[in-house]
Design a protein around this ligand. Sequence first.
Ligand code: NAP
Length: 308
Amino acid sequence: MLPFARVSIIGMGLIGSSLARAIKACMPEVRLCVHDASAEVRARVSELGLADEVCDLPGTAVIDAELVVLCVPVGAMAAVAAEIAPDLAEGAVVSDVGSVKASVLAALEAALPVHVRVVPGHPVAGTERSGPDAGFATLFEGRWCILTPREADGPGVAQLAAFWERLGARVEVMDAQHHDRVLAVTSHLPHLIAYSIVGTASDLETVTRSEVIKYSAGGFRDFTRIAASDPVMWRDVFLNNREAVLETLGRFTEDLVALQRAIRWGDGETLEALFTRTRAIRRGIIDEGQDTAAEDFGRPHGGPGSAS
Ligand code: NAP
């Protein structure tokens, strides 16, 4: 039995189009109606045949939907929720895929009528690419999808968990604030560091830009890949997870200063002890099977990616 027979997706970029492809591959009986604010994206989605219906208006796409998934940048969630609110069916589950959860939970609850079930979600899977051509059906296979409803056993939670499991994801239910603290460490701070280091390298006076590109070794190349992630999406992540990111950044800055001191004083023991500990963490990630396509460091077709 299908968890939901009629599904609507708003926002058909990387994540929305991957979700559409995964639904068509894993639950072909589902009737899928989609909308994107961009006419160009809508035309491309029709061309690719990713949905049963591509609607010009968000309200039209959600009429009769049992599940609506908002796949727009975090900063656009409140406006989209307000737009679809009058057209939602009684008892519909409204979810999202945003990389920040506390602000989205609050925005959805404020904008949506009480007769719908708000169950925010975050598939921790993605790449640094954007748009409907970047999506692929297997993106969520074996990845975690974190659901952050107000109540863990609230209405619609088990049904949404079953939906993501049908797409091959592993589901965890978590408090929204806790999600934001965890992702601040595992995804948001690494992206901030990547954006910052690539900016620093391109601003150096003593090393030319062409030298940076020509001699970019593995470490820097990985940072440039992460720093190529969508600017609007990441702007919204930092604006909406400010407190958790600033707290984590404070800790990181202290630890960095400790490393600076160890280098200055020739304290090789401290450096080696840390590098040994971090190597074990990497091994743990590989053992967990999480090194191939995470929202935060993924590799869609064998190539590396990044996401949140
Ligand atoms: P994306 O490829 O840029 O797609 C977003 C799409 O939403 C674009 O087509 C955009 O159109 C459209 N859109 C923007 N505002 C809209 C509105 N008001 N109404 C309807 N459509 C609108 O971004 P994405 O990577 O799929 O990210 C979408 C969401 O997934 C974000 O909340 C992000 O935090 C989350 N997420 C991303 C990743 C990742 O790795 N990328 C992983 C997990 C979760 P325009 O291009 O015209 O603006």
